[in-house]
Design a binder for this molecule. Structure first.
Ligand SMILES: C[S@@+](CC[C@H](N)C(=O)[O-])C[C@H]1O[C@@H](n2cnc3c(N)ncnc32)[C@H](O)[C@@H]1O
Length: 292
């Protein structure tokens, strides 16, 4: 069976882009789902799509081949933190719409060798950008116990057991694979935590390591402050996030950037119907702002 990444909240993205025309920036093009929806539905639109993951970018390139050859899509490997540089290299000063779909793509999650998944064994990697040096292995095996505790607490919101998990990790080094990592986390947690959590007991710790490996929160903050410089007047930015840390950063950045009007006091959530069809959408939160 072919593995696909089902893009989330596509209807909402199109409806909030509304009557916008012209050039759109997809900061996290992934397998190209949102970009394709924009190209198909917004007449004459041009999409500049970037992603740090070369492997996934090739999926988008394949999917959007027709639009690339027509000159309506331009896909390149870059981090969205450098969006401004990318745009200026393409001779584009500013765009009319920006979309960010944060989190991990199904294509990354389902490949054990990428190390993102607690459900399939693989090396401790978790890099979105394979040219980067820092991996999950380095963090798990070399960071000090108190650094680990801090990231589990802050990035994983693993409040009560952050210290215990960090201690067990240090005691059980070296930890080379995701399967062994899950086993060590399991040993650190009391049985009731392992059995009765709503989500898999390793979810929060994996999230914390992934955020640290990819510098995800800093990147997001650093990008959002640049938005007024790359968004045309009346242009819109849509951000879809998947956990409360990201959502808080988006909410606060939108509120504090003077040039932006916030269109969503509360985040927009996926419909029940969408969640039923694609359970991965259940934690999605979408916020939208417009350039004054
Ligand atoms: C949830 S997926 C996007 C899925 C996409 N919207 C689709 O429809 O297929 C998130 C993507 O963001 C990419 N990503 C993560 N950090 C990035 C960064 N700093 N710059 C650019 N892309 C990044 C990941 O590699 C991943 O492909």
């Amino acid at each position: 069976m072919e593995i696909v990444h089902v893009p989330v909240m596509v209807k909402e993205v199109l409806s909030y882009f509304g009557n916008l025309r012209g050039v759109f920036l997809d900061c996290t093009v992934g397998a190209g789902g949102h970009s394709e929806a924009i190209l198909e539905n917004i007449k004459g639109s041009v999409v500049i799509g970037i992603d740090v993951d070369e492997e996934i970018l090739s999926v988008a390139k394949q999917r959007l081949k027709k639009y690339e050859s027509e000159g309506r899509a331009k896909l390149l490997k870059a981090t969205y933190v450098e969006a401004q540089r990318v745009l200026s290299q393409l001779g584009v000063k500013a765009v009319n719409g920006i979309i960010m779909d944060l989190g991990v793509s199904t294509l990354q999650l389902t490949k054990g060798e990428r190390g993102f998944a607690f459900s399939s064994d693989g090396p401790l990697d978790m890099r979105m950008d394979k040219t980067q040096r820092l991996t999950a292995y380095d963090i798990v095996n070399f960071w000090q116990e108190n650094q680990l505790r801090r990231i589990f607490f802050e990035y994983g919101e693993e409040k009560r057991y952050a210290g215990r998990i960090a201690r067990f990790i240090v005691k059980n080094r070296p930890i080379e694979t995701t399967a062994k990592f899950v086993e060590v986390i399991a040993r650190a947690l009391p049985e009731k935590e392992r059995r009765f959590r709503r989500r898999h007991f390793a979810t929060r710790v994996f999230q914390a390591i992934r955020i640290a490996v990819n510098n995800e929160l800093e990147n997001l903050r650093n990008f959002l402050v640049q938005v007024p410089d790359i968004l045309n007047q009346n242009g819109r930015i849509i951000v879809i996030s998947f956990h409360s840390l990201e959502d808080r950063i988006v909410k606060e950045a939108f509120r504090s950037i003077q040039e932006l009007d916030v269109l969503t006091r509360k985040p927009v959530r996926p419909s029940l119907e969408e969640v039923r069809e694609n359970p991965k959408a259940r934690s999605a939160k979408m916020r939208i702002a417009e350039r004054k």
